[in-house]
Write a protein that binds this ligand. Sequence first.
Ligand SMILES: Nc1nc2c(ncn2[C@@H]2O[C@H](COP(=O)(O)OP(=O)(O)O)[C@@H](O)[C@H]2O)c(=O)[nH]1
Ligand SMILES: [Mg+2]
Length: 260
Amino acid sequence: MQPIQWFPGHMAAAIRDAARRLVGVDVVIEVRDARLPVTSANPALAALVGRRAHLVALAKEDLAEPRETSRWLADFKRQGLRALAVRAKDQGSVQRLGRLIAQAGAGRPNVRAMVLGIPNVGKSSVINGLLRRAAAKTEDRPGVTRDLRWFRVSPGLELMDTPGVLVPKIDTPEAQWRLALCGTVPLERFDAEAVIAAFAAWLAEHPGHEDEAPRDLSAFASARGCLQRGGLPDLDRAAQLYLRDFNQGRFGRFTLDPAP
Ligand SMILES: Nc1nc2c(ncn2[C@@H]2O[C@H](COP(=O)(O)OP(=O)(O)O)[C@@H](O)[C@H]2O)c(=O)[nH]1
Ligand SMILES: [Mg+2]
């Protein structure tokens, strides 16, 4: 597979922006994809978080295997990392996250929280879920940078309305196909057919998986009517459809990072 390249300056700029906005933040909510509890993390985040409270939200919980998610949450707990699984459309799970954030800022009369994470993991959905009942933008305060907008989630909790975006850390072939398959890398940056082939190989190594995804892209193309003139399968179009179906949960629930 062709390695996925990010512009070298991109990571540094994203980190500078996040660091600037973290001034005055008490609690960092790191959103990860529940299908990739480790691969969708960026190790650079720990240095940014510093001594602030750190929470991990495993978003898109509905797309991951529930048993694996429980194992991951138990593992994070052993490591002393506070974590919770959320599903954007389940207000109950989002409200639980809200309570966890308030607890993480224990003792402070007013907790300020910010969401961070790599692209497409569900940051905006988490923010929107938390702000669903939010009244209005909280007033500007002296000393607070102008472009930072805070919204009041509950009497003791304010949330920054825009998340910090980090680029994914893509340092192994496994990280490449997993991040690409789960939609955290722009489509034009990778070879979708190669990513699906890598996933098919993973499926072959995981027999007895409760859910089944198609392993043969040509067969999938025919089944979905993706044909070129002359009747040959249109693999390009089929690959796009495949990625969309996978990320809508049409093939079932998959956790691609195995829980320890
Ligand atoms: N199935 C599912 N999809 C989700 C969930 N949260 C977000 N998404 C979808 O994932 C995509 C990216 O979500 P978004 O919140 O914009 O991610 P962001 O780029 O991190 O802000 C969108 O298509 C969302 O509808 C979730 O809990 N479950
Ligand atoms: Mg967003």
